[in-house]
Write a protein that binds this ligand. Sequence first.
Ligand code: PLP
Length: 366
Amino acid sequence: MNIIRKLMRIMDSVLKHRWNNMDSTIKMSHSTPAADSGLQARSAMKINTLATLVKEAAQRITPYILHTPLLFTPALSQDTGVNIHLKLENEQITGSFKARGAFNTVGVLAAEGVTTVYIASTGNHGLACVPACRTFNVACQVVVPVTADLEKKEKLRANGANLREHGTDCSETEAFTRRLAKEHGSPYLSPYNEYLIMAGQGTVGREILLDLPEVDAIFVAVGGGGLISGVAAYVKSHRPTCKVVGCSPARSKVMHESVRAGRIIQEDSEETLSDGTAGGLEEGALTFPLCRDLVDDWILVDEEEIAQAVYYCLKQHRKVVEGASGVALAAVKKAKAQYQGQQVAVVMCGANISMKNLQTIIQNYA
Ligand SMILES: Cc1ncc(COP(=O)(O)O)c(C=O)c1O
């Protein structure tokens, strides 16, 4: 038993140091003395390394996830003067892009001999990790707050999650899960603060470039920043002229404010329809410098704008999307003046809206 734990600890530290090792390999082969000293040059190294991880992730996860459609939306394009293409991750397996990062990370860990992982999630990350673990024969302990939404708990259980309830808020639950993972010598899988997760999410950007090589801008909803970091690293290394735009609800905008402040800040989030992107940012989050250096523009939207965008998808395309998707779409409408006549992709990142919220939106707008 001790030997197994020791092995798992080694695997965990291999995973944590993978990035640094790869980064320094690239530095040795490509750097100049001047490049080593500059922050920008250092970021460039990281972009290339992460872009390579995205390519590897695409190969690894292709058998398990969908290459989702990129749907042109004529009505909104005509209305805004922007050629808007919806990247339908709401149709991805498990109902969000999170399946990409989960299959990539669990696939690598399983190949390295990891047999159990711990996660803390009431939402899309949990729904994505459960089938990923099942596929790679890895046990998955999902911990949720006692106070978590009943509909979400039921959905996780119905999808086969091994659920344990602890804590009354997300940070308490997360701290407990990390402790549990440490005690068992197994990895804790963060929903965003891990390069393999970012690399998996970055395959969204790779597919957009394959399907729309002339894309001028990509709008992405931001929570912890895993999705936008992966997308931006890949896109900037293959089409540097393409803008990457970070979109957040005005009621929960920690990454937005952190980038403005030039450091990670802690601020309380208010309840938002975009529950997928809500929440804080871990101290030392790996996504922060990537967001700071790679994201071209940041846009905030209010709850009314989010709800209208969700309703638009339902009415015009008969697509159910969650609030976070609405954030990205509402942001394009808001920034339309800057993108006139351009080709813009919007990541419709998920479909997992609660029945109650969907009902309220339909009642308000139909
Ligand atoms: C549907 C949806 N969109 C966007 C995000 C934000 O992703 P990230 O935390 O990687 O920024 C999440 C995060 O859980 C999500 O579930």
